[in-house]
Design a protein around this ligand. Structure first.
Ligand code: ATP
Ligand code: MG
Length: 348
């Protein structure tokens, strides 16, 4: 990301900040699923598990991703992880054979279409389309770290409603600007969520703590999964006792959204710094040896994984331009939004 001249912005008015705030809150209300939709997902999962157990003995399914992390849309895909009872890790497992029997079994399910096994990916999956709900989804095998990062994101979402709202706004922004699809060369929603969390940790005063650095007792515990430390502070009810900056930040969501756009266009140095939510102290691209990448986003658990590694120079600059544009749009006071923007369907 090359630094470019940014246009100077007019003075923010209080009325406009209020309007921004309303837009952000409305975005959350429009896109967050209700309880019925959340329950439908659990029902589908249960139905799949009952069905699969007859064909793949010991199959256990869990939902993860945005169905569980607190940032799901009504139409978000169903991310399901499958494990086998009595087998703690994928070690020694014939993944291909399991994927094959899973594919065969799913093809017999009356509510599923387009069953497609993908075995070339790091984590093998079987994709499907659920006809009754119109939801797409996939079942992956032993995607254990993803279960942990889902729980980590859900914990951040539970700390402060502003976290949730901002992550929704960011995901909508990425969709509207067509920069939120990793399979088409841009970044995944997960990557954008990490960008929001990083900003909220670096804000002064911070909106959220660094849960992975917090612990009770003398020594930081280490919990290893697939060789990576997945420890983070889970006692959220007592967060105020262990985090001195609890509730110190009083900014509105509107202020924070504009602050985020300013942060990533005016302050943050993409060349030098890694977006890293596991520690407060800045991490350099030099230290990670990720200097050749245009954008570095470190996975909070799999520290060898840069979520920005697949970005081309063109795509990276397209993403930055979307942020620069958004900074101008959301940073230039208008009296009200034109009526054609009031219908959310216009976004898509
Ligand atoms: P959406 O609402 O767009 O589906 P999502 O968070 O579910 O959002 P997915 O792309 O469906 O995003 O990914 C599902 C989950 O898989 C993520 O929440 C995350 O836990 C994990 N995941 C996705 N991409 C990566 C990645 N590149 N590295 C590590 N984990 C990932
Ligand atoms: Mg998903």
């Amino acid at each position: 990301f090359k630094r470019v001249e940014l246009e100077p912005l007019p003075h923010m008015t209080l009325d406009f900040v209020k309007l921004l705030n309303d837009v952000c809150e409305q975005c959350y209300c429009d896109f967050a699923p209700d309880d019925v939709e959340v329950n439908v997902r659990e029902h589908i999962l249960q139905d799949f598990e009952n069905f699969l157990r007859c064909q793949v003995p010991g199959a256990k399914l869990v939902l993860f991703g945005s169905s569980k992390n607190g940032f799901g849309f009504k139409q978000s895909d169903l991310d399901i992880c499958m494990t086998l009872e009595g087998q703690d890790t994928a070690e020694g497992l014939d993944s291909m054979a399991v994927i094959e029997s899973l594919t065969k079994a799913l093809r017999k399910h009356h509510a599923l279409r387009n069953i497609l096994p993908i075995t070339s990916a790091k984590v093998p999956i079987v994709k499907f389309y659920h006809t009754k709900t119109g939801l797409e989804g996939d079942i992956s095998l032993y995607n254990t770290l993803a279960l942990h990062n889902t729980e980590l994101l859900a914990s951040y979402a539970a700390i402060d409603i502003r976290v949730k709202i901002l992550c929704y706004v960011m995901k909508v922004f990425a969709k509207v600007c067509d920069i939120g699809d990793a399979s088409r060369g841009s970044l995944s929603s997960y990557a954008y969520t990490l960008m929001v969390l990083y900003f909220l940790q670096q804000r002064s005063p911070p909106v959220i703590p660094v849960l992975q650095e917090m612990y009770v007792g003398e020594e930081k515990p280490v919990v290893l999964v697939d060789g990576w430390d997945v420890h983070f502070f889970k006692d959220l009810k007592n967060l105020h006792k262990y985090w001195p900056e609890y509730k110190k930040n009083k900014e509105s969501v509107g202020q924070l959204w504009f602050g985020l756009l300013q942060f990533y266009t005016e302050i943050f140095d993409f060349k030098e710094t890694v977006i890293c939510i596991r520690r407060k102290e800045p991490l350099t691209t030099f230290k990670k040896q990720w200097t050749s990448k245009h954008l570095a986003i470190e996975d909070p658990f799999d520290l060898s994984h840069n979520l920005g590694a697949g970005l081309s120079r063109r795509m990276a600059s397209f993403i930055l331009k979307a942020f620069i544009n958004a900074r101008s749009v959301f940073g230039t006071p208008v009296r009200g939004f034109p009526p054609e923007y009031s219908n959310k369907m216009e976004y898509f």
